[in-house]
Ligand binder design. Sequence first.
Ligand code: 2AM
Ligand code: CA
Length: 268
Amino acid sequence: MNQTRNEMDRFAKELIKRAGQTIIKSFDDVLNIETKSNANDLVTNMDKQIERFFVKEIQDKYPDHKILGEEGFGDQVKSLDGTVWIIDPIDGTMNFVHQQRNFAISIGVYEEGEGILGYIYDVVHDELYWASKGEGAYLNDKKLSPLKEVKLEESILALNATWVAPHERIPFEAFTPLVRKARGTRSYGSAALELAYIATGGIDGYMTMRLAPWDVAGGKVIIEEVGGKMTDLSNNPLNLIDSSPVFAGNASLHDEIYTEYLSKYFKS
Ligand code: 2AM
Ligand code: CA
């Protein structure tokens, strides 16, 4: 890692660990829970406090970097020019509120549109998934292995039940045969953790109709470092400025699923 990237990496990890400790301590406090776009779209005082912490620390250290954060305390980011930190202070807020587990801090650092550093921190388990472009992906200090080929019949897919239930605007029929043919399906309720599990090979494919840049920015860097593939559901490159459908997975399985199952419904 060159010196600048190395310093950014150490700085990011230090902030993430400090934020994690703040979140753990907050479990004893009463949460202030509000809703955003709808009654199930939750945000808490902790989502806001943690994002404010990241924004302030990053702005102090790197005043020329831009920050795109879910709760809006960063900048109005309209392009990935320059260096952009894409931050989700708590990914899986519903889990955070209901379960005090199965949530993560997710951060991706992009330089001129290219992901260079990615972090997903499972706070409760003290598990930091991270990667530096070109230098591999890690779970804490352990290097992750490149993903091995897997067939659909022997795969575990992560898919939210919402996308398989009849729905006016979603081609749920696309997903039904996949769910039947896969060895198993899972849904964890945190996109960042689902992407981290793709990187470890614990799950083989993850599909969802709508994620925001901060849900996926860290995971994309990590997944690509183990040879995984991440696109939208039409097999097009992901757009990290707007929300979009996401399809991440083992590269061979990604090709098999797109070609044989999704291409009929999601044209590239
Ligand atoms: P969040 O907890 O940070 O909001 C739940 O299936 C996953 O989808 C979580 O990672 C959640 O992130 C994300 N999510 C929930 N609502 C969303 C929305 N309206 N747009 C994009 N992502 C969303
Ligand atoms: Ca969030």
